[in-house]
Design a protein around this ligand. Structure first.
Ligand SMILES: Nc1c(C(=O)O)ncn1[C@@H]1O[C@H](COP(=O)(O)O)[C@@H](O)[C@H]1O
Length: 175
């Protein structure tokens, strides 16, 4: 299967965070490619990657970077594809630098920014974008959402029985 999502990052040191995007795509059996593409360190290759992405069959790009994280925005400026930006937290500033670098894009060049280190949501958002034109994938996404719902309900049940058991009386929502 040829990749439909490109997961790129400014350095291989971002992989421990970015891996969660790949895992989410694995869960939905979506083919992806992974690479290091840095706007700062390899600007020409970065432009070429962005310019060729759509023509190579990619449908979504997930771009993660830390610090002065210009990669997602620069890619968005040279590709018509949706770009999802992942702010990678580094040793200093707790990812605030990456977050602000990615999220404050000028009008006309959108980047869908997820939370700091939110690579799993980036993968899930890419799946939803693809699902807009894929009924089967959309069905799987609905099932996934139902599972989340069931898990949250279960957590509520467990919490209520723990607290009510300790207090020796019942209260709460009565569900
Ligand atoms: N923010 C960027 C860009 C870019 O935006 O082009 N290229 C690399 N980097 C970031 O530099 C950090 C440190 O990289 P190293 O660990 O290689 O020193 C990484 O988080 C990377 O994403």
């Amino acid at each position: 299967m040829s990749p439909v999502v490109g997961i790129v990052m400014g350095s291989d040191s971002d992989w421990p965070v970015m891996e969660a995007a790949a895992k989410a795509l694995d869960e939905f059996e979506i083919a992806y490619e992974v690479d290091v593409v840095s706007a700062h360190r390899m600007p020409r290759e970065m432009i070429t990657y962005g310019e060729r992405a759509a023509g190579r069959g990619l449908k979504v790009i997930i771009a993660g970077a830390g610090g002065a994280a210009h990669l997602p925005g620069m890619l968005a400026s040279v590709t018509p594809l949706p770009v999802i930006g992942v702010p990678v937290p580094l040793k200093y500033l707790d990812g605030m630098d990456s977050l602000l670098s990615i999220v404050q894009m000028p009008a006309g060049v959108p980047v869908a920014t997820v939370s700091v280190a939110g690579a799993r949501n980036a993968g899930l958002l890419a799946a939803r974008i693809l699902a807009a034109h894929d009924e089967e994938l959309q069905q799987r996404m609905s099932e996934f959402q139902q599972e989340l719902n069931d898990q949250a309900t279960e957590k509520g049940k467990r919490l209520r029985s723990k607290v009510e058991g300790a207090a020796g009386f019942g209260f709460g929502s009565g569900k």
